[in-house]
Design a protein around this ligand. Structure first.
Ligand SMILES: Cc1ncc(COP(=O)(O)O)c(C=O)c1O
Length: 291
């Protein structure tokens, strides 16, 4: 959002951050309070962005509640499903997206959870004409012509003019796996996230730093009180990467630095999770013994 605000010229100062609940979700009341506060300062809000699957904790904002607020204040409601949007392919998880049909736009990256090679991003808008009507320059007759095939031409309704056919690889993959195939792949990832969460909770040496929401498992190696847990866990992660053993990222939560295991590849098995957790614990113990 900050990058987007810079890009369109309003700058980062034009973005109002909204507080989250203890599961990392933006709720309707918090959005409404932020809008009221902004109006009081004399500014004019024009859009709200909810997230369906946050990058760090995999949380889903309360889309229905936010939609209600967006409708009340007549604001554009965009739902960023870049990371978690593909979860909608599993019927079992549809509840997470409740209210999405009321949003104005939804972005979704098959190049993440559908394992399509980069780049494959989709922007869906509720009003089918809005892109052509609002983006089109209307004076490009040298390239775009109105005729019986012009509906095939996505140029007038896209930010890009020339573009790769990024949709073809998605279409082919979807044909190959099918709806059920993708639903099964998503459910396997939920099983893996559940498995990792339980293994961490049961371990004496690891601790969960955030309640697992969907497919992001945030945890760390436990340290004695006199050891800087953030630094030690950052070093564990870096050492494993350097040795070519595990490539897992980290993020900084309010609770501290978390090793952020993101379940994305359905070819991963529970044995791989065991190996990853074991390597993390082994590296942590080596580092502690060197203190
Ligand atoms: C919630 C969310 N939004 C947007 C992005 C940006 O995605 P991309 O630049 O790949 O389109 C990410 C990337 O992880 C994300 O998690």
């Amino acid at each position: 959002m900050l990058k987007g605000a810079n890009t369109i010229g309003i700058g980062q100062g034009g973005v109002v951050k909204v507080s989250l609940d203890d599961q990392g979700r933006m709720r309707g009341a918090a959005v409404e309070a932020a809008i009221e506060e902004t109006l009081k300062k004399g500014y004019m809000p024009f859009m709200i962005c909810s997230t369906a699957g946050t990058t760090e904790t995999g949380s889903f904002d309360a889309i229905e509640e936010v939609s209600e607020v967006a409708e009340k204040y007549e604001l554009w409601h965009h739902v960023d499903g870049s990371w978690g949007g593909s979860i909608i392919l599993s019927d079992k998880r549809r509840e997470l997206f409740r209210g999405l049909e009321r949003a104005d736009s939804f972005s979704w990256n098959p190049h993440k959870l559908m394992n399509i090679p980069l780049i494959c991003s989709v922007l869906l808008v509720k009003n089918p004409n809005v892109m052509r009507e609002e983006i089109q320059s209307h004076d490009a007759d040298y390239i775009y012509h109105e005729n019986e095939t012009s509906h095939y031409d996505l140029g007038p309704g896209s930010l890009q003019c020339g573009r790769r056919v990024d949709s073809l690889k998605l279409w082919l993959a979807w044909k190959y796996f099918g709806d059920d195939g993708y639903a099964g792949r998503i459910e396997k990832l939920f099983d893996l996230a559940n498995y990792a969460t339980n293994a961490i909770t049961e371990s004496d040496d690891l601790e969960l730093l955030f309640p697992t929401q969907t497919l992001n498992v945030n945890f760390r190696f436990k340290t004695p009180d006199d050891v800087d847990a953030d630094r030690l866990n950052e070093t564990i992660r870096y050492n494993l990467l350097k040795k070519g053993e595990v490539m897992v990222n980290y993020c900084r939560l309010k609770q501290g630095l978390a090793i952020r295991l993101v379940l994305l590849n359905p070819d991963v098995e529970t044995e791989d999770i065991d190996d990853i957790l074991e390597l993390i614990q082994k590296e942590g113990k080596v580092l502690l013994s060197e203190k």
